[in-house]
Every structure is written in structure tokens, then in C-alpha cells.
Design a binder for this molecule. Structure first.
Ligand code: KG4
Ligand code: ZN
Length: 348
């Protein structure tokens, strides 16, 4: 009765993560979050690469320790091959390749966006194929039609900002620190989601756009609530603008969240209608958003969907999702050679 034990590494952006999976069960999922970027209001690629180099050995050791697994028991080594910051990806891929070479074990190169989707297969209850997954993070917004663990198709995606980016940029306009998404969520709980009405994009098909919402928030704040459009005659002073934000923070956050969530949900509903699929998942860091979670549950009840959201530790960037995806690749015998390419590009 041979078991399959996989060590997985994720280093695509600003999280250094290592995890161990045995026969489809996640034994550990350690994540080192890089604090260094906070002061810059966004991820600084060069600093991310350096922090990965510092973090990777201790994080792998912790993951093995927590799983109670030694390197000798590892059957394969997995890593994130794309997409992401190239300097960050290379730290994880070179580490994984070196380890696979040293242990003389097979290598499994995993696509980060497929892994976000398959995070839904970690815990029970699991969706059945085919299912739809709305993957929403700081870097991506996609609707994926998932037919099997290896067959996935992007049927809709953002043409400009990602949903998390929209949250973070709106938060920045409100003067909130980075990443502001969770803060908007927090203040929104006390506010009226219908108090302010921000632009709804008119984009055909299943694609998303968030740049219009961002612009409408920008002008609305610049005009201290007097107009959503560029109107020089309404331009407020810095003081007036800040007072307007201070006096209306909860309502602003609730209304911004309401609009971003409504954009996401309307395309997800459209995708469900067009495909006839009723198993609906969400994934990625923005799936932590309470407005989105509630909207998904309500839509589930209304349209007869079965809905799924991975445990939060498997929603943000993590090695557990890389490990589960690698496990299915392993079962399919879909191994990679040491020369497999690591790329920043998002193509599947
Ligand atoms: O998946 P993730 O950790 O990293 C990326 O791969 O991008 O997602 C991070 C994004 C950030 O934009 C953050 O603001 C957003 O997810 N986020 C939230 C919430 N929690 C995280 N946005 C809105 N509400 C939340 N509760
Ligand atoms: Zn991600």
C-alpha cells in the first residue's frame, strides 16, 4: 500500500509558501508573508525575490516538520511555474529543481491559476465536474470552466484591473493603507451599500472591467460627493475631500464593495446560465470578502447552485493548492523535466 507524498513550493508573488500533501490530503501549509512591501503601498519585485531567498529554506523545513515527513519520504517535488513575478518564481523553481535533482525524484510544474481553482478539491464537500470557478485575487479575475483536474478553460477575465486591485486602489483613494481590500470589507459592515452609486461597466460577454468604477470613485471623492464625473466647478479642497471621506467612510466602503461584488456576481450568473453548470466555486484572496460570500450564498439559494469556497488558508497564495494540483498531475503521470520553463506570462 504505497502512499504518495509531495512537497510543494509557491513563490509567485510576495508569499513564500511550502506544503506537504499525502494522497490528496494536505498535511501542512506554511506561509511566510513578506512585510517589507507594506511601506511601499504595493509589492516591490526586487525586494520580493530577496525575501523569498531568505524565507525558502526555513519555510520548507517548517512544512516538513509540521507534516512529520522527512526529505527521504518525498516522492515528488512541485513548484509554481507561472504566472507571477519572474524573479520570485525563479527562487521557488530553482529550489524545487535542485531538490528534485538531489533526491532523484520527479518534478511537477504547476500553473498558479489552475491551482487556485483546484484548491476547491482540498476539503469536503468537493464540487463535481464540470464546475465553474470565479478566481478573484490581487492579480487576477477569471471565470474558469473546469471539466477535470487537467482540463480547464478561462471563459471570462478582466480587461483591466483585477478585483482585488480594484478594492486596493479604491482603499488608497480613501487614504487607507495597503492592502486596503480587507479594510473596505471591515468598514463596509457599518455602512449603507446603496448610499452611493458607482459606475457599472457595460462590457459584453463574460469579461470584467473595473477601471470605470475606479475613475468614478476618484471623481466622486475629488468633488467631495457632488458629482461622479470630472467637474472642475465642483473640485473640493484637500481638506473638504478628507472631511467628506471621514464623515462617510462606512457608506463609501459599503457602496464600493457593493459595486465590485455586483460586477463579479452578474458575470458569474451569466456564466452559470450560458453553461448550465450549477456547481459554483470561488477562489483567491478576494473570496475572503464578506459581501462576496453573502452574495454567492444568496445566488446559490435563488438559482439552485451548490456553492463552494476553500478554507481561507487555501484562498490566498499558498503551497497547499500547488500540492493538491501536483497530486493530480502525479496520478496522471504528467511529470516535468528539469528544463521546464518558468514564465511570468499567464497563458495556460
Ligand atoms: O490571493 P491573494 O492573497 O494574492 C494575490 O494572488 O493577489 O489576494 C490578495 C488580494 C488583495 O488585493 C487584497 O486586498 C484582497 O485580496 N483581499 C480582500 C479581502 N481580503 C483580501 N479584498 C476584499 N475584501 C477582503 N476581505
Ligand atoms: Zn494567487
Amino acid at each position: 500500500n504505497k502512499t504518495t507524498t509531495i512537497l510543494a513550493i509557491e513563490s509567485s508573488c510576495d508569499e513564500t509558501s511550502a506544503g506537504v500533501c499525502r494522497d490528496g490530503k494536505i498535511l501542512s501549509n506554511r506561509i511566510a508573508t513578506q512585510k517589507v512591501h507594506e511601506q511601499y503601498g504595493g509589492v516591490v519585485p526586487e525586494l520580493a525575490s530577496r525575501a523569498h531567498i531568505q524565507n525558502i529554506v526555513p519555510v520548507v523545513e517548517l512544512a516538513l516538520q509540521e507534516a512529520g515527513v522527512t526529505l527521504a519520504e518525498i516522492d515528488a517535488v512541485a513548484f509554481t511555474k507561472a504566472p507571477g513575478l519572474i524573479g520570485s518564481l525563479l527562487v521557488g523553481s530553482q529550489f524545487a529543481k535542485s531538490l528534485a535533482l538531489a533526491l532523484n525524484k520527479p518534478l511537477l510544474a504547476v500553473h498558479h491559476m489552475q491551482a487556485h481553482v483546484l484548491a476547491n478539491l482540498i476539503d469536503d464537500p468537493k464540487p463535481t465536474f464540470p464546475f465553474l470557478c470565479l478566481t478573484v485575487s490581487g492579480g487576477h479575475t477569471q471565470i474558469v470552466l473546469c471539466e477535470s483536474t487537467s482540463q480547464m478553460k478561462v471563459i471570462g477575465e478582466t480587461i483591466d484591473d483585477a478585483a482585488g486591485e480594484a478594492f486596493d486602489k479604491a482603499a488608497k483613494l480613501l487614504g487607507l493603507p495597503y492592502p486596503g481590500g480587507p479594510l473596505i470589507d471591515k468598514y463596509a459592515k457599518e455602512g449603507d451599500p446603496l448610499k452611493f452609486n458607482f459606475a457599472e461597466p457595460r462590457i459584453q460577454g463574460l469579461d470584467f472591467s473595473f477601471s470605470g468604477v475606479k475613475t468614478s470613485i476618484l471623481y466622486f471623492l475629488q468633488n467631495a460627493g457632488k458629482s461622479h464625473m470630472y467637474k472642475p466647478e465642483f473640485l473640493a479642497t484637500e481638506e473638504e475631500k478628507n472631511k467628506f471621506i471621514q464623515d462617510n467612510l462606512a457608506d463609501l466602503c459599503a457602496s464600493i464593495q457593493h459595486r465590485i461584488v455586483s460586477i463579479l456576481m452578474s458575470k458569474l450568473k451569466k456564466a452559470a446560465v450560458e453553461t448550465g453548470i450549477r456547481h459554483i466555486c470561488i477562489a483567491g484572496g478576494v473570496s475572503a470578502n464578506s459581501g462576496l460570500r453573502t452574495a454567492l450564498q444568496e445566488a446559490g439559494k435563488k438559482h439552485g447552485w451548490k456553492t463552494y469556497i476553500p478554507d481561507f488558508q487555501y484562498c490566498t497564495d499558498n503551497a497547499g493548492m500547488i500540492a493538491i494540483t501536483a497530486y493530480y498531475k502525479y496520478l496522471a503521470g504528467d511529470f516535468d523535466t528539469l528544463s521546464v520553463e518558468t514564465t511570468a506570462r499567464a497563458e495556460w
